[in-house]
Each structure stands twice: as C-alpha cells, then as structure tokens.
Design a protein around this ligand. Sequence first.
Ligand code: FAD
Length: 302
Amino acid sequence: MPVTPEQEAEIAELRATPRQTLRAVSEGMEKHLYEVKPVLDHGFVRVIDYMGDDAAICQAARVSYGKGTKSVQNDAGLIRYLMRHWHSTPFEMCEIKLHVKLPVFVARQWIRHRTANVNEYSARYSIMDREFYIPEPEVLAAQSVVNNQGRGEVLQGEEAARVLEYLKTDAARAYDHYEEMISQDGQQGLARELARMNLPANIYTQWYWKVDLHNLFHFLRLRADSHAQYEIRVYADEICKVVADWVPAAYQAFEDYRMGGANLSGKALECIRQMLKGEEVTQESSGMSAGEWREFQSVLNG
Ligand SMILES: Cc1cc2nc3c(=O)[nH]c(=O)nc-3n(C[C@H](O)[C@H](O)[C@H](O)COP(=O)(O)OP(=O)(O)OC[C@H]3O[C@@H](n4cnc5c(N)ncnc54)[C@H](O)[C@@H]3O)c2cc1C
C-alpha cells in the first residue's frame, strides 16, 4: 500500500468537499483529482491540481473573449491542426500538478525534463522512509545483448533469487545504518543531510511536479515510449491514462501524431517515393547508414 490509512483519509476528505467555480472544469479530470494511482511496489502518481481543458487550447489559439469553443468536432479539428503543425503555445495554456512517489534512480531520469516546476521531499529536513523498490521477478532481467541501454532476458533460478536477496538485504542494511547514524540515543547523531548519503538509489522519494501540457506531451513521448526504462515508463503510462480523460481531443491528436506517427528524413521520404513508383530501394541506394535503414524498416513494418 503506497499510502497510509491516515493519508487515505486526508485524500477522501478532499474529495468529499467539492466547491463551485467559474473556471474551466474537465469532467474527465475531476474523477482523478487527488486519487492515488499505485505505480511499482511503493510508488504512486496523483493529480493535485490542473488548469484548462480541450476548450482552453482552442480558446488560446483563437484568442477569444468567450469560451472560444465552436463545436466539439470543430475544436478537435483545430487541436489536430495545431499538433500537426507543431503550434505548441496553445497547449502550454493547460497545466497539471502531480504528486509523485518514485525511486531515486527514476527521479534522476525524470528530473532531466527541465521545463517543469519541482518541489522535492527534503532528506535534510525529514527522515527518509524505509521503502525500497524491489523489482518483480518478471522485470529482473539480464543486460541486453543488442542494446547497451536496455535489458534482455529475465534472470532465472539461483541467479534471480540471489540478486533479489542482495537488493533486499543491501537496502535493509543501509537503512539500519542510516537509522543508527541519525539516532540521538546516547550519541550526538549524524546530521540527516549527511546520513542519507549511504542510502541506495532504489529508495523512494516524493515530489510535486507541475508542467504545462506541451512539455508534458514531450515527457510522455520520450518516457511512455518502448525505449524508455520500464521503471519510468510505468509512471508515464499511468499519466497517459489521466491525460486521455483530462483533454481527450488533445490526447487523441498526441497519440496519432506523436506516439503513433514518425519523423521521416529527406532520404527516407525519397525512398518511399521510389517504392511507390515500384522501384527497388536498398540501404546502399538510400544513402542511409545501417542504423538509419534498420529504423526506417521498423517504421515501415510497424
Ligand atoms: C531513452 C532515453 C535515453 C536517455 N539516455 C541518456 C543518457 O544516456 N545520458 C543523459 O545524460 N541523458 C539521457 N537521456 C535524457 C535526454 O537526453 C534528455 O535530457 C531528457 O529526455 C529531457 O529531454 P529534454 O531536454 O528535451 O526535456 P526538457 O528539459 O523538458 O526540455 C524540453 C525542450 O525545451 C528546450 N530546452 C529546455 N531547456 C533548454 C536549454 N537550457 N537550452 C536549450 N533548450 C532547452 C529543448 O528544446 C528541449 O527539448 C535519455 C532520455 C531518454 C528518453
């Protein structure tokens, strides 16, 4: 359970006290507000606040005085046009604020997305919880032999058991020492800002993360992608579900043009033109490198 019964009660209280507002409200998003979406063994994502909806994107694009909406169909068409033509600023008019609990090594990847506002739990001020990410056996995999930045076959038998045991016992031992070092029981007690340095990278941290929709789509494009590490991808996948309910038209356009679409180089486009004319095209004739050709083939073959 990623949250305590007390935290659950706080969340329930927030959801039990709705207020009236003149602001734009996304009905799809309201059902997610404050709710904990469990991710990994102790992590979660939850929406703390949001601004705007599909109509807000159109309103900004049309710089209108009123709601800015014409019809759902018309708006969806405009949103698709904006997405298709990389007209990004209307998407920046929507914002989302998330509360995320995640392992530190995932946070290191996440924080690389600089176009967000972040406030992290302070391990100088507070004591870290004894919570460590221990992978499920089915994702505990060997180094990939085809991709330096990835994993391959799942570890088996004695090796899998030994690795899991190391992960658990090393984390427990590091935390025991952490607790012992900060203890003021019969000793001065090491400062928390120093004691934390021997905690492993699979310990959980938490932050509030606020980002606009344009930059969130950029994050999701990279992190909900199959090339992203599993442990960050599961967070991105959970956020995708929320965004699909928050701004359905924008999310559909994003899925179509960004997640489902592909960027083609001039050489790749030329190859397609030649293929359509029935001409034979090879890597040598294309002028592409072996890697480019492989990726081009995988775009064509789906
Ligand atoms: C599969 C994968 C593997 C990766 N591997 C590595 C790795 O091995 N090593 C590593 O260090 N990183 C790695 N990264 C991180 C990656 O290089 C980016 O740092 C990360 O994805 C954030 O992307 P971003 O900078 O586009 O995002 P953001 O920081 O959110 O920026 C969004 C956009 O804003 C603009 N922008 C933001 N800040 C600036 C700025 N200061 N100057 C100019 N333009 C700016 C850029 O156009 C940028 O694309 C990896 C990422 C992925 C998805």
